[in-house]
Design a binder for this molecule. Structure first.
Ligand SMILES: CC(C)(COP(=O)(O)OP(=O)(O)OC[C@H]1O[C@@H](n2cnc3c(N)ncnc32)[C@H](O)[C@@H]1OP(=O)(O)O)[C@@H](O)C(=O)NCCC(=O)NCCS
Length: 197
């Protein structure tokens, strides 16, 4: 695990519940209180890969840290790491949905029929990605947010906790939708985030 903050704890819990992977340890700028081995700072990642740790999970959450997440992804990719999809056993994922590498699907999340979720996304606890939605790479759907059917998100979008995006809406790349907002339409290009409308 690369980074061991709050979001990393959620991911670690899902990994343990899934019983598919063993957590070899974590890297971070300093040692944290954690039930896993502290491997060192990020400069030891290439050494970890050479020692046979081939899979990586980026434990850093999204809001305000999107750029760091992306930088780390490309750095780890250059080293050769693979990024498994981590989904909690309680998540419901349609067989016709597609999910890109490194995406995390938290507890009770739903990804419905023919949805496409790009790489390195966070579909957080109890979030709903309805049928035929398209979620761009590096996007984060926060806890309890709902994307109704056929919503499309550009790359690195952030949908705040409990927000609802009505069917068919398009959200631009890097756009932030505030917690609890309802997006029903109108031009949103260029706005940092939207109020209730
Ligand atoms: C949208 C958001 C990013 C704005 O943060 P910010 O830039 O620090 O903005 P501020 O808190 O200074 O608020 C600016 C204004 O927007 C309003 N505002 C902020 N968030 C809002 C929201 N979610 N809904 C409605 N109004 C909101 C504030 O009341 C304030 O209004 P004012 O100018 O009339 O006083 C933040 O409020 C938010 O919703 N973050 C998402 C948190 C989240 O979902 N976390 C989940 C982690 S899993």
């Amino acid at each position: 695990m690369v980074g061991y903050g709050g979001h990393a704890k959620s991911i670690a819990d899902c990994i343990e519940r899934g019983k598919q992977y063993h957590i070899a340890g974590y890297t971070d700028i300093q040692e944290a209180e954690a039930p896993y081995a502290y491997l060192g700072a990020d400069d030891i990642l290439a050494g970890c890969f050479r020692r046979g740790i081939l899979n990586a999970v980026i434990g850093i959450g999204y809001l305000g840290k999107g750029e760091l997440r992306q930088k780390l992804y490309w750095r780890l990719k250059d080293i050769g790491f693979r990024f498994p999809v981590i989904s909690d056993p309680s998540a419901i994922i349609s067989e016709s949905a597609q999910i890109g590498e490194g995406t995390f699907v938290g507890k009770g999340a739903i990804i419905n029929a023919e949805a496409y979720v790009g790489k390195m996304c966070i579909i957080n606890s109890a979030a709903v990605v309805e049928h035929e939605c398209k979620v761009g790479d590096f996007s984060h759907i926060a806890v309890g947010a709902v994307l109704c059917g056929q919503v499309s998100l550009g790359e690195a979008a952030f949908i705040g906790a409990g927000a609802t995006i009505i069917q068919g809406q398009k959200i631009s790349a890097h756009q932030i939708i505030g917690a609890g907002m309802t997006i029903r339409g109108c031009e949103n290009e260029g706005m940092v985030w939207k109020r209730h409308i």
